[in-house]
Design a protein around this ligand. Structure first.
Ligand code: ARG
Length: 258
């Protein structure tokens, strides 16, 4: 067992070193069940309403802004869409390992991530906010000094927190956990993007959010394995959806809902 495992590790390492992992649909088309279409696999972290979340009204199916865009692109390009849900911090490794063909997770195309993966054009801009209990008076970066502040592990909010002075940072895997920790008083605040914070605050009237100025880029783009063959097609479809107003109408549907 042990030998088998290490053999696999060696084999995988060798393949990775050669840079020729061909697992995704990109090179390796699976025929999707009854539709006869090729399946394309999207990785996401479905803890990020309204971008992606488990819709209890639809039996827990993953839905949201990103999912609508992904479905439309898959449709335009003739693919059957399959969604794989995982922790946000596991998404880039999944792209690198070829277990997913692309990632839509409200992910920001940072310079650091661009060293490991490729990105489409940005399809939505966002801002960061501080989420805290009402009355805590934690509204600016300065007030967070010396406070316990939760962020999603591997997110740009974690980086933003590190850039602020004197924070006691608590990185967590799921945004839902972050909200629970604030409510329980185990952390003082969190840094979460505006569209997502808005939904959590609506559902939890004991909380409030305040927007803070962006220090770095905060938009969302689609991520692909380096040199993926589908990037150009996705970008083209995305551009078409921007021009036709389709992206705006999805944004209206998911972000303006009260
Ligand atoms: N935009 C931020 C980033 O790229 C947070 C994204 C978190 N997404 C999620 N599905 N939980 O780091």
């Amino acid at each position: 067992m042990k030998t088998f495992k290490s053999l696999c590790t060696i084999a995988l390492t060798a393949v990775l070193a050669l840079g020729t992992v061909a697992c995704g649909t990109d090179d390796n088309a699976n025929t999707g069940g009854d539709t006869g279409k090729k399946t394309i696999v999207m990785g996401t972290s479905a803890d990020y309403k309204p971008y992606e979340f488990h819709d209890t009204a639809k039996g827990g199916e993953v839905a949201g802004f990103d999912v609508d865009i992904a479905k439309s692109i898959a449709d335009q390009l003739g693919y059957q869409l399959e969604i794989k849900d995982m922790d946000f911090n596991g998404l880039i490794p999944a792209l690198q390992a070829g277990t997913v063909d692309f990632v839509m997770a409200g992910m920001t195309p940072t310079a650091e991530r661009k060293q490991s993966v490729d990105f489409s054009d940005i399809y939505y801009e966002a801002k960061n906010t501080i989420v805290a209990k009402k009355g805590a008076n934690l509204k600016t970066a300065e007030t967070l000094s010396g406070k316990k502040v939760a962020v999603q592990l591997g997110s740009i909010q974690e980086t933003a927190a590190k850039d602020m002075k004197g924070l006691n940072i608590v990185p967590l895997n799921k945004t839902g956990e972050i909200i629970q920790e604030i409510k329980a008083g185990r952390v003082d605040a969190a840094i979460i993007e505006d569209t997502v914070a808005k939904g959590f605050v609506q559902a939890n009237p004991d909380l409030e959010f305040n927007t803070i100025p962006n220090t770095e880029e905060a938009g969302s783009a689609i991520a692909f394995p380096k040199n993926s063959k589908i990037t150009a097609d996705f970008n083209k479809a995305l551009q078409g959806m921007k021009t036709s107003g389709q992206i705006d109408s999805f944004a209206k549907k998911w972000f303006d809902a009260e």
